[in-house]
Ligand binder design. Structure first.
Ligand SMILES: Cc1cc2nc3c(=O)[nH]c(=O)nc-3n(C[C@H](O)[C@H](O)[C@H](O)COP(=O)(O)O)c2cc1C
Length: 464
């Protein structure tokens, strides 16, 4: 059997993920696993149609496809996403249709689920037969029990292909509506929003005023009494996607620092804004690969939230309501930056007046929340995610991400081991006492009222 492995690591064969593939190859010598370094040669694939065609022909002539990639900022690396876009732009989906497929990703399990969901969606859109996914921790391969699971995963894929087994589909095709947004005139009676000295910055991948997104941006700008700055990420000189070299781990300096404009864009432009409005078109089941490149390249900041305490907002054109995975990614980006996501306005309402009023209200809320310093409490998205970072930076990743470690130490990110004196006292007292059955009965009968006592005392003395 011939399996094509589409390698999404910008590091090419020197990739952790590819070691998993090479291991499978050793265990199943009867099958051929042909690795194609997609992410590493994305520029070539983009500029040289013949090279791209060779990849497509390999896929066409294969019995199955493995999408193998490292997690990059909750998704696949931007270079890999660009490849996925090229398949659609060049109308080559048919090479993938009806092929058996599986996903193999490595990561530290930080938002690996969103990347897997994304790839599952892409495979469904290409009408592939999705057998399953295997999301390994980067170093799982070192453990015999984990290797056993990897072998079962591979066996299952080969078995599905050999026996032409049926596969389930997770995602319905996206339905795109043909709606043209026609922004209304705000009129003299509508007060233009005063930024109150707050710096509002729009970052977008399209300013084309013939598109819904371009018009939504323009409408947003016209709601304010002063000019709102806009940066088109296509105007920035960005040499390429993140290379995964991790040299930034030592001091947050990207190898591209003096070679392109990205570091300055992030550290000077973005970081000096109080309010950030991200605008983009949905491309497949995410934003564009250009946007992905921006998020990947921001990795030079390591795991440090450099855009803390800001107000975030999104203007999106496309079927966001059908892509819960993307909504979750957007919400997570804001939460993990320790910032407040005010709203996401899309053109899905297919009613220009509604969109006008939402955009105006959105502009107002951005300023109101910025003035009051409001920040929604973080949910599991950031509370859980940050614990993964905390453990990784404190432990096995510290020698690589030394800049993160210094920042985490200085800013109280290491909230463990827990030193909650009250909790310690209660545990020491009640754990031995509850061994006694009689005491336990009484204990659980008063627990409800006792638990809310400290909260109640706040409610009873609201001005204290
Ligand atoms: C730019 C960048 C972004 C990353 N983002 C994530 C992430 O969102 N979640 C995660 O668990 N790991 C993340 N990682 C870690 C890699 O996924 C992990 O090290 C992977 O095993 C590398 O595989 P490779 O050697 O095949 O490229 C990131 C690494 C880099 C360089």
């Amino acid at each position: 059997m011939k399996i094509i492995v589409l390698n999404g690591s910008p590091k090419g064969i020197e990739s952790a993920t590819m070691q998993y593939i090479l291991y499978i190859q050793k265990k199943f010598p009867q099958h051929e696993l042909k690795i194609l370094n997609i992410a590493q040669q994305i520029k070539k694939l983009e500029n040289n149609e013949e090279k791209f065609k060779e990849i497509i022909d390999d896929v066409k002539n294969s019995d199955g496809v493995i999408w193998g990639f490292p997690l990059y900022v909750m998704l696949v690396p931007s270079q890999y996403k660009r490849f996925i876009e090229l398949i659609t732009e060049r109308k080559k989906e048919v090479a993938f249709t009806d092929k058996y497929t599986a996903v193999l990703a490595t990561s530290i399990h930080f938002y690996d689920h969103t990347a897997i969901n994304y790839m599952n969606g892409i495979c469904d859109d290409f009408e592939m037969k999705f057998v399953g996914s295997f999301s390994a921790d980067m170093f799982d391969l070192m453990f015999p029990k984990k290797r056993e699971q990897l072998i079962i995963f591979a066996e299952n894929l080969f078995n599905a292909i050999e026996n032409n087994l049926p596969t389930t589909r997770k995602n319905l095709p996206l339905v795109k509506q043909a709606f043209e947004y026609v922004p209304g005139n705000l009129g003299k009676e509508v007060a233009r929003i005063d930024t109150n000295g707050k710096k509002v910055l729009i970052i977008t991948d399209s300013v084309d005023r013939s598109t819904n997104l371009g018009k939504m941006i323009q409408q947003f700008q016209s709601c304010f009494s002063t000019e709102i700055e806009i940066i088109n990420i296509y105007d920035l000189e960005i040499k390429g996607g993140c290379l995964g070299c991790i040299q930034c781990g030592y001091d947050n300096i990207c190898v591209y620092k003096d070679k392109d404009e990205f570091t300055e864009f992030w550290s000077v432009k973005l970081e000096s804004a109080d309010i950030l409005v991200f605008a983009g078109n949905i491309v497949d089941r995410y934003l564009s690969s250009r946007w992905k490149m921006v998020f990947d390249r921001s990795f030079f900041n390591g795991h440090i939230p450099t855009l803390r305490e800001r107000q975030f907002g999104f203007l999106i054109s496309g079927p966001l309501g059908q892509i819960a995975n993307l909504r979750q990614i957007i919400e997570s980006i804001a939460e993990l930056q320790d910032s407040n996501l005010v709203d996401i306005i899309t053109d899905e309402y297919a009613d220009s007046k509604t969109i006008d009023s939402l955009i105006y209200n959105f502009g107002k809320n951005l300023i109101i929340f910025s003035n009051s310093g409001y920040k929604k409490p973080q949910t599991f998205l950031a509370v859980g995610g940050n614990k993964i970072f905390r453990d990784a930076v404190y432990g096995r990743m510290r020698f690589v991400f030394q800049a993160d470690h210094r920042h985490y130490e200085e800013h109280g990110f290491y909230d463990f081991p827990h030193n909650d004196k009250y909790a310690k006292k209660m545990n020491e007292k009640f754990i031995p006492l509850t061994q006694n059955e009689k005491f336990r009965k009484v204990f659980y009968s008063v627990l409800k009222t006792e638990m809310i006592k400290p909260l109640k005392s706040v409610v009873d003395n609201p001005d204290k």
